[in-house]
Design a binder for this molecule. Structure first.
Ligand code: ATP
Ligand code: MG
Length: 304
C-alpha cells in the first residue's frame, strides 16, 4: 500500500465558519509531510479529524487504506498523537509518564527503548514539571510512540521553543523517519518545514494553496531574491521603485526578480544614498512562497 493517509474532500464547518474547505491530500508510507500555515489556517482541525477526535462536516479520511472515523480500535493502535500545546502530569517522572500512556494500548514498545531513542536517558527519573520546554516536547514525542505506531501526528511540536531546543526535537523526529514511520506534522515555522519535510502543503483559510517538496515550491512560486541593507538611507532606498518588503530601524528589505537587479541596488545605495554597513542577499524561501501565494506573512497579517 502506497498511501497510508488519504484525505478526500474534507470540509469542516464550525457554525458559519469554514475551518477546512474541500481539502484533499495523500501521504506516502515513510514520508515526513508538513502542513505549513499561520494561526487559524485549519491545521489542527484537519489533523484531529485524521486522528478520529473531531468529526468532519463532509469528506473522509482513510488510514492504511481503510476509512477511519475514530472507532476502529485496530487503527487506533497503529497511530500516535502529539496534541498541540499538550501538558502531562506534573508529578510523574518521564518513565512513569510513558508507562501510564502505554497502559491505554495493547500494542506496546519497550519504554527504555523509547527513552533512549528520544535521547532522554539522563531524564528518565526526572519529574515532568522540572523539565525544560524542549525536553517536555521530546517527552511528548515519546508519548506518541508508546504503542509503536506506524503513523505519528505531531501538531506544532516546536512552537515556543528556542532554536537549540527546536533542533533537539527535529533530531528526535528524524529518528522516527529513519525507523520508517510516516509523520504528519504541522508547523508555522518555515525553517521547520524546510528542514524536516519531504513534502510540504501550504494551508491557508482551510485550503491547500500549494504542495510539493521545498525545492519544488520555491522554484514554482518563489521567484527572485531578497536584499536586505543595514545602516542605509531607508527613505531614499525605498524611493527608487523596487518592491519594498520591510523597513525597520535603519534597514530595508527589497525584493528583486533577477540577480542583475542586485547590482542596481548596490550602485544606488553608494551613489545616491549614504552607502550601507552590511548587506544580506538570499534566494527565496518558503516564507516568500507563502507571501506570494497568499499576500500574507506566516506570522499573520498583511505583508505591507
Ligand atoms: N472547536 C471549535 N469551535 C469553533 N471554532 C473553532 C474550533 N476549533 C477551531 N476553530 C476555528 O477554526 C479555524 C481553524 O482552527 P485550527 O485550530 O484548525 O487552526 P490551526 O491552523 O491549527 O491554527 P493554530 O496555528 O492557531 O493552531 C480557526 O478560525 C479557529 O478559531
Ligand atoms: Mg493548531
Amino acid at each position: 500500500m502506497k498511501h497510508v493517509i488519504e484525505i478526500r474532500n474534507l470540509t469542516k464547518h464550525y457554525g458559519d465558519l469554514i475551518a477546512v474547505n474541500d481539502l484533499s491530500i495523500s501521504i506516502k508510507k515513510g514520508e515526513i509531510f508538513a502542513f505549513l500555515g499561520p494561526n487559524g489556517a485549519g491545521k489542527t482541525t484537519t489533523v484531529e479529524i485524521c486522528e478520529g477526535i473531531r468529526k468532519p462536516t463532509s469528506g473522509s479520511v482513510h488510514l492504511f487504506g481503510e476509512e477511519f472515523s475514530g472507532k476502529s480500535k485496530s487503527i487506533r493502535e497503529r497511530i500516535g498523537v502529539l496534541p498541540q500545546e499538550y501538558r502531562s502530569f506534573e508529578r510523574l517522572t518521564v518513565y512513569e509518564t510513558l508507562k501510564y500512556y502505554a497502559s491505554f494500548y495493547q500494542r506496546n514498545r519497550n519504554i527504555d527503548e523509547i527513552i533512549a531513542l528520544m535521547d532522554l536517558n539522563d531524564k528518565r527519573n526526572d519529574l515532568y514539571m522540572n523539565l525544560s520546554g524542549g525536553l517536555k516536547q521530546r517527552v511528548g514525542v515519546a508519548m506518541a510512540l508508546v504503542n509503536d505506531p506506524d503513523i505519528v501526528f505531531l501538531d506544532e511540536p516546536t512552537t515556543g521553543l528556542d532554536p537549540r531546543a527546536r533542533r533537539g526535537v527535529w533530531k528526535a523526529i528524524q529518528k522516527l523517519k529513519e525507523e520508517g514511520k510516516t509523520i504528519f506534522l504541522t508547523t508555522h515555522y518555515m525553517e521547520e518545514a524546510e528542514h524536516l519535510a519531504d513534502r510540504v502543503a501550504i494551508i491557508h483559510n482551510g485550503r491547500i494553496v500549494a504542495e510539493g517538496s521545498t525545492h519544488e515550491l520555491i522554484s514554482r512560486h518563489g521567484d527572485g531574491y531578497t536584499v536586505k541593507l543595514h545602516g542605509c538611507d531607508t527613505g531614499k532606498m525605498g524611493s527608487f521603485g523596487w518592491d519594498v518588503r520591510e523597513v525597520k530601524d535603519n534597514s530595508i528589505t527589497l525584493h528583486v526578480l533577477k540577480p542583475g537587479d542586485i547590482t542596481g541596488i548596490l550602485s544606488k545605495a553608494i551613489k545616491d544614498g549614504k552607502g550601507f554597513e552590511s548587506m544580506e542577499v538570499r534566494r527565496a524561501n518558503l516564507e516568500e512562497v507563502f507571501l506570494n501565494l497568499t499576500g500574507e506573512t506566516l506570522e499573520g497579517g498583511d505583508a505591507h
